[in-house]
Design a protein around this ligand. Structure first.
Ligand code: SRM
Ligand code: SF4
Length: 514
């Protein structure tokens, strides 16, 4: 039984109340009805909130044009899947677009409610689901974008990540067992040495670690409680547990069960897993997790195998399979249009094996390219737009959705980020990449705390007027010894940002004026 049912309803926040009245997943059975009556006639809570259990997001900024968030475990997508999604957004003309997200996932835009039954059918035919990708559910599970093809990986985690998703979502059909968590929940499983998953910012992260010094027994150290929110940001902490790969699904289930049954549900600002760990104490939390398990948890391995700086995977790299290569394309701020998606699906089929990978930096990789196919692939006109060798600033650019579609946004992000980075690239030369992350509000979807320079949208007063601005974060480190950056320069008006960034690039990152 969930704690939602055991806590007196008077102490529940409004989200818990509507979830107690009707489970989010219940709308799955009503989708044909919604398609018939249209979005205006829908019950407001169904439209604004419960549809998110199906991955469908009402956008107050563009009413009637919904966003659909998929689930792409490990960021893997095939050409037929990409083509199906391209076909879906193509029907919406200028309203149709897609974004690669910071959880190596895709979101589609312009979706009309009347088309959703047909869209779901098309997605089902190619093995895609958007189930439980929003609200109080587990988000897309991230993994190394080069799992299975990376000569340096310790484990190919793709199958494991799929198993965890299948457990949580009942193989994509929807799972009421985990559809009423106290809040959103992030899981990442890394089998690579460079922490490509941002382990530190997930509610549960599995980082590769051998149990013994002789490196005979492979498994994962378990980290818990990492999260960002407007109120608080925390890096994940060690659970002091080590598990073999075959025990990953069970421990995910155990932690989710403890969180579901004991997580705090009164104040939504204090509902993420770390708040529960604080409340119980780490030892009690671990004991509760242990009580759910069929095996005794081993203590954490003394050392993990994250020994590298984070790779960006842009460019051409040999795979562990001799004669094959993966090619990382830079997708500026993750934005894709239908023709781009058709083209990328074709390139993956013609030059690779019809598969693509998405990264948490909002880029795309085409794997399995035989060496003799590299040259013709690199000559494709599409690679002018999606470069394998972008500039030192643009290559590390990440941006959340911002004001164009997100009603939480305090500023416009993606278009501004791209325009500004072009101006900066024109004025300075850098000898090493600088990762700049934009996020439109303190929810931190664009992860400014992991960036070299993080820009968080805010409002500032300048010349007697309120205008768009940013709080500047620095000190974020990714890969080995990752740690979170903090706000070092608050309240810079966007109109002044270029000169402030130029100054930072020259004085802190060794940029030289052109
Ligand atoms: Fe996020 C809410 C977009 C990654 C923290 N996030 C939202 C909503 C759904 C708000 C809304 O309804 O408009 C945004 C949808 C805007 C839109 O139309 O696209 C939104 N979040 C995104 C995406 C698309 C940003 C991007 O451009 O890549 C990312 C989708 C990931 C995915 O595929 O599932 C996205 N969001 C993140 C991350 C980064 C991550 O997971 O590594 C975070 C910080 C990490 C974390 O959650 O701990 C993040 N999003 C939030 C929060 C703050 C959560 C909290 O505990 O307070 C919210 C607000 C909320 O949940 O109430 C939020
Ligand atoms: Fe929207 Fe804020 Fe998330 Fe950006 S950070 S997508 S503005 S909720």
């Amino acid at each position: 039984m969930t704690s939602a049912a055991t806590v007196p309803t008077t102490s529940l926040n409004k989200f818990e109340k509507f979830k107690a009245e009707k489970d989010g997943l219940a709308v799955k059975a009503e989708i044909d009805h919604f398609a018939k009556i249209g979005w205006e006639a829908m019950d407001e809570t169904d439209r604004i909130h419960r549809l998110k259990w199906l991955g469908i997001f009402f956008r107050p900024v563009t009413p009637g044009k919904f966003m659909m968030r998929l689930r792409l475990p490990s960021g893997v997508i095939t050409s037929p899947q990409m083509r199906t999604l391209a076909g879906i957004i193509a029907q919406y003309g200028e309203d149709g677009s897609a974004d690669i997200t910071t959880r190596q996932n895709l979101q589609l835009r312009g979706i009309r409610i009347e088309d959703i039954p047909d869209i779901f059918q098309k997605m089902h035919q190619v093995g895609l689901t958007s189930i439980q990708s929003g609200m109080d559910n587990v988000r897309n599970i991230t993994g190394s974008p080069v799992a299975g093809i990376d000569a340096h990986e310790l484990m190919d985690t793709r199958e494991l990540i799929q198993q965890v998703q299948d457990m949580i979502t009942n193989h994509g059909e929807g799972n009421p067992e985990f559809s009423n968590l106290p809040r959103k929940f992030n899981i990442a499983i890394g089998g690579c040495p460079d922490n490509s998953i941002h382990a530190e910012i997930n509610d549960i992260a599995f980082v590769p670690a051998y149990q013994d010094e002789t490196k005979q027994t492979f498994g994962f150290n378990v980290l818990v409680g990492g999260f960002f929110s407007a109120k608080r940001c925390e890096a994940a902490i060690p659970l002091n547990a080590w598990v073999t790969p075959d025990r990953v699904v069970e421990i995910c289930r155990a932690i989710l069960t403890v969180y579901r049954d004991h997580g705090l549900r009164a104040n939504r600002q204090k509902s993420r897993l770390m708040w529960l760990i604080d409340e119980l104490g780490l030892d009690t939390f671990r004991a509760r997790v242990q009580a759910q398990l069929s095996y005794t948890l081993a203590t954490a391995a003394p050392k993990d195998e994250i020994n590298w700086d984070k790779r960006d995977h842009l460019g051409v790299y040999p795979q562990k399979q001799p004669g094959l290569n993966y090619v990382g394309l830079h997708i500026p701020v993750g934005k894709l249009l239908a023709p781009d998606m058709f083209t990328l699906a074709r390139l993956a089929e013609v030059y690779g094996r019809g598969e693509m990978r998405l990264t948490v930096e909002q880029n795309l990789i085409i794997p399995h390219v035989p060496t003799e196919n590299l040259e013709p692939l690199l000559q494709e006109p599409c690679l002018q737009k999606f470069s394998v060798n972008p500039g030192a600033l643009v290559k590390g650019l990440v941006s959340c959705t911002g004001a164009e579609f997100c009603n939480f946004a305090l500023i416009e992000t993606k278009n501004r980020a791209l325009a500004l980075i072009q101006e900066l690239e024109a004025e300075v030369t850098l000898t090493r990449p600088v990762r700049i992350h934009w996020t439109g509000c303190p929810n931190s979807c664009g992860q400014p705390q992991v960036a070299d320079i993080g820009l968080m949208g805010t409002k500032v007063r300048k010349d007697g007027k309120m205008q768009e601005g940013v709080d500047i974060y620095t000190g974020g480190k990714v890969g080995k010894d990752a740690h979170l950056g903090t706000c070092t320069t608050p309240g810079v008006a966007c109109v002044d940002l270029k000169s402030v960034l130029l100054d930072m690039l020259v004085n802190q990152f060794g940029a030289i004026g052109k």
